[in-house]
Ligand binder design. Structure first.
Ligand code: PMP
Ligand code: GLN
Length: 385
């Protein structure tokens, strides 16, 4: 084994292995029911697998265009216009990327220079802070208000300085399962007017919003769309998280800069998968039925937990249900999550890992993108605690 003997000054000294890898590995080691990392334990549609096979066999195995397969970009632009009323030009304003994480990272790398401040909401999805820091930026955190994780707009206003270059928002939100309201978006639109702040809007759960609410894409708000990168992913929408295919939308001036970075990073996303997705997107039912599909799973999981001492927090979108456990233990959530996995056989994610300093409240995040049988077994164990 070679050994590096030079000095390494880490660009991310505080970062270890992601909690998702840690908990999934621990779940496997202890044969625990894995409700930690967010991915479905059921397969994607047969039709979609057949389409990928078709395009793998159709001689489309070389580099696609840098910005993405044209008919997929067109299908994305049409969907966004239908749903959110804004037309993005598929030639200049839509780019297909190898996953949303990559899209967010590339948007940050495109604009952030050393010392630039980026506003993030805490708890923050785990890739945001490191993406900012590795590019020399300074994350500035605004706390979401527990227990409904609403936004402290006065706090956001206070966090804005002359050095603020960007804000990363995420609705529906991971890990809190909260959603921005139309009023939130109008507040944001008004607050950013006459500033040079660019928004990166992580909308990977755009089709998973519950109880009749609407997804508030920045694409619905002209004052936001004109300053935003909208990032989404096919992973959550079609149950294909392992395909790592997503897309980014932005006004062409921003997108031109984004593509300069993208072309020297991955350059393209997987070609045959793009062709398959373009054809599959003609089936609009697949995303239209998604919210009802996951709402039923949320309700099923909650019903199975009725007798439990865990206390559900509101889950308004995403495929996560947070549970508080004040009535059970005063352990730290990390300890609780480790113990539940090792001793009881149910893995979850401790929400404190999405904060720099553990907050006073203690909450575990459970993923309900699982078969009913898995959810019932997991809930049954939780109900005995
Ligand atoms: N953003 C959020 C909020 C997520 O939850 C996830 C993945 N679960 C991603 C981005 C990453 O999406 P992708 O796998 O397409 O990179
Ligand atoms: N976003 C997924 C989750 O929240 C995990 C993705 C990953 O493992 N990086 O659980």
């Amino acid at each position: 084994m070679p050994t590096y003997s030079g000095r390494i000054s880490s660009k991310l000294p505080h970062v270890g292995t992601t909690i998702f890898t840690v908990m999934s590995r621990l779940a496997a080691e202890h044969s625990a029911i894995n409700l930690s990392q967010g991915f479905p334990d059921f397969d994607c549609a047969q039709e979609l697998r057949d389409l990928v096979t078709k395009y793998f066999n159709a001689g489309l195995n070389q580099y696609p265009l840098m910005a993405g397969v044209p008919r997929l970009r067109e299908a994305i632009a049409e969907k966004v216009e239908t749903l959110y009323g804004t037309r993005y030009d598929s030639e200049h304003e839509v780019t297909v990327v190898p996953g949303a994480t990559y899209g967010i990272f590339t948007a940050v790398a495109t604009l952030i220079r050393p010392g630039d401040e980026v506003i993030l909401f805490e708890p923050a999805y785990d890739s945001y802070g490191p993406a900012v820091e590795v590019n020399g930026g300074v994350p500035v955190y605004v706390q979401l208000k527990y227990p409904d994780y609403s936004i402290d707009w006065a706090g956001v206003q206070k966090a804005i300085t002359a050095r603020t270059r960007m804000m990363i928002i995420n609705t529906p939100n991971n890990p809190t399962a909260s959603v921005f309201s139309g009023e939130d978006m109008r507040m944001l639109e008004a607050m950013l007017r006459n500033t040079g702040i660019v928004v990166v809007s992580d909308e990977v759960y755009e089709h998973i919003v519950f109880d009749g609410h609407q997804h508030q894409s920045v694409a619905r708000f002209p004052g936001l769309a004109e300053r935003s990168f909208v990032v989404s992913s096919f992973g959550k929408t079609y149950h294909v998280t392992g395909w790592k295919t997503g897309y980014v939308l932005a006004p062409k001036e921003l997108m031109a800069e984004f593509r300069k970075v993208h072309q020297f990073n991955s350059f393209v996303a997987n070609g045959p998968i793009q062709h398959a997705l373009a054809e599959y997107m003609q089936n609009k039912d697949a995303y239209r039925s998604l919210a009802a599909f996951y709402q039923r799973k949320r309700d099923f999981f909650l019903e199975c937990l009725k007798a439990s001492r865990f206390k559900p927090l509101p889950s308004r979108g995403t495929f996560f249900q947070n549970l508080a456990y004040d009535a059970i233990s005063d352990e730290r959530d990390m300890d609780m999550a480790l113990r539940l996995t090792k001793e009881r056989g149910v893995a979850s994610i401790p929400v404190s890992v999405f904060y720099r300093e553990p907050p006073a409240h203690r909450v575990l995040r459970f993923c309900f993108a699982k078969s009913d049988e898995t959810l019932a077994r997991g809930a049954e164990i939780l109900s005995r605690i």
